[in-house]
Design a binder for this molecule. Sequence first.
Ligand SMILES: [Fe+2]
Length: 353
Amino acid sequence: MKYVSNKELQPGMCVARPIYGEDGQVLLNSGVILNESYIARLYSNGVPGAFILTDHDEEVEIPEVVTQRTRQNVIGHVRNVFESIELGKTFDMGYLTDSVTAIIDEVTANPNVLINLTDIRTFDGTIFAHCVNVCILSIIIGIKCSLNELELRELAIGSILHDIGKICIPTQILQKQGPLTQNEFDLVKKHTVNGWNILRNNHGIPLLSAHIAYQHHEQPNGKGYPRELLDEQIYLFAKIVAVADAYDAMTSARVYRQGMMPFQALRVIRQLREIQFNAAVADLLISSVAPYPIGARVLLSNAEIGVVVDVNAAERERPVVRLLFRADGSKYQLPREVNLMNEHSLRIIRSLP
Ligand SMILES: [Fe+2]
């Protein structure tokens, strides 16, 4: 199976896993063959994409760090919180707490899934799906920092609402294609202060969670915003969300550009450690994400093409690959698997779309 964005879904594709709406109901079950009206229904329900059955030779079981059902459900709750605050209404903190608890429970129950974040890339570019991804990545890093249950919850609430201040910024600026003017950028920067003010005035939101909204664009070199804090002045939670936010922003597609592959985004994070990101926290993200996740198509150094079927935790750059095509483009009749950890003459050049 593979994950396909809603924009790339085609009639005739077969659904590999049930697809859920934001209220938890099944929109389409596994085994259903997509047609135009099904695809339109997924689109109108805000479903960012679906797991689709692939050619038999490419069939792999993709582990989910958080189930699609929980993810869609949480996206719905985050949407409600954003809309309530925008309308100046209070929101039900209980739903939000339930949401983050569900995510924390699923992440901590699946320690082996931590390195297979195939499903975390979003394709719809909505702010709500992004918030949930940042929350998942932050929790994974938080667990590696040995945070306790209470701290994990504060981190989860702050990370899921880190961009809440964006409700005060005009949509045409947030979705603008191309570079922002200085005035527009100054306005965008204000989402940190806005977020801080919204959250600290909301009873039930821990103060540390509000600080995440305030500090998640600060950088250890003092060149971040809004206050140009130095590394030692930035809360650990904000450092975690800064890296998680950047990783998800890079790998998620936007209207005007395709998302980066995980291996490319990890390379950027590595280059910017100590500059834009706290080095130790950046290293924790790098060690948590598979550069070539299960299900990724990869080009090998001998020009053969394969699909990743398992990740080696000890050497994440060298997963187990099922060979599909020879260097001359001919298809293997009987695909064979190579464990790159044992085949040192071979390496991955890059992921393929
Ligand atoms: Fe932000």
